[in-house]
Ligand binder design. Structure first.
Ligand code: IMP
Ligand code: MG
Length: 178
């Protein structure tokens, strides 16, 4: 790995991240009152966010979890918008109120493709929650129901997001200096 420890700085502090996730959980708890939530974590980036978010959901709302891993094809294939399912869900979605939990939406290709696949499995409802959104980079229209922070087009890491698979565990969101 290229060592970039001297090349990044804090963009959103641990406290700000946690405060915002608590707000999102309160909003989601209001919206899902009387229902249950089937959270789908998009691995690996979504794992820290889903853990923090799910622990803050009202205890009156039953929450179940499932995990999915996807990868984008290489650059020349990417324009087709095809992503490959590396690990599929364990449970069927029929009749469930599904909340997809993602670390960051960038071009929107991954979620655009995934939403298509998951809607075909006939959930009762499907919504999307992302910790970060980089709308300037959007190539595919996706409806995002819950957004933690909208950020400019910079490469970020921490809170689940990686640089060459490292630094996902940083408790804050860091930006790589350019
Ligand atoms: P897209 O929306 O299909 O372009 O892809 C989104 C995925 O790209 C995210 O789930 C992340 O895994 C990854 N990604 C996009 N921007 C960043 C970033 O700034 N840092 C780390 N990963 C990123
Ligand atoms: Mg991701």
């Amino acid at each position: 790995m290229d060592d970039i420890r001297d090349k990044f700085s804090v963009m959103i502090s641990k406290e700000e991240v946690e405060r915002r996730i608590k707000e999102l959980a309160e909003e989601i708890s209001r919206d899902y009152k009387g229902k249950s939530i089937h959270m789908i974590c998009i691995l690996k980036g979504g794992v820290y966010f889903m853990t923090l978010l799910s622990k803050q959901i009202s205890e009156d709302i039953p929450v179940s979890l499932d995990f999915m891993s996807v990868s984008s094809y290489g650059n020349e294939m990417k324009s087709s918008g095809i992503v490959k399912i590396e690990k599929d869900l364990d449970e069927p979605l029929a009749g469930k109120d599904v909340l997809i939990v993602e670390d960051i939406i960038d071009s929107g290709r991954t979620l655009y493709y995934l939403l298509g696949i998951l809607k075909d499995r006939k959930p009762s409802s499907i919504k999307l929650c992302t910790l970060l959104d980089k709308p300037d980079r959007r190539e595919r229209e996706v409806e995002v129901n819950y957004t933690g922070f909208v950020i400019e087009d910079r490469f970020v890491l921490g809170c689940g997001m990686d640089y060459q698979q490292y630094y996902r565990n940083l408790p804050y969101i860091a930006v790589v200096d350019s």
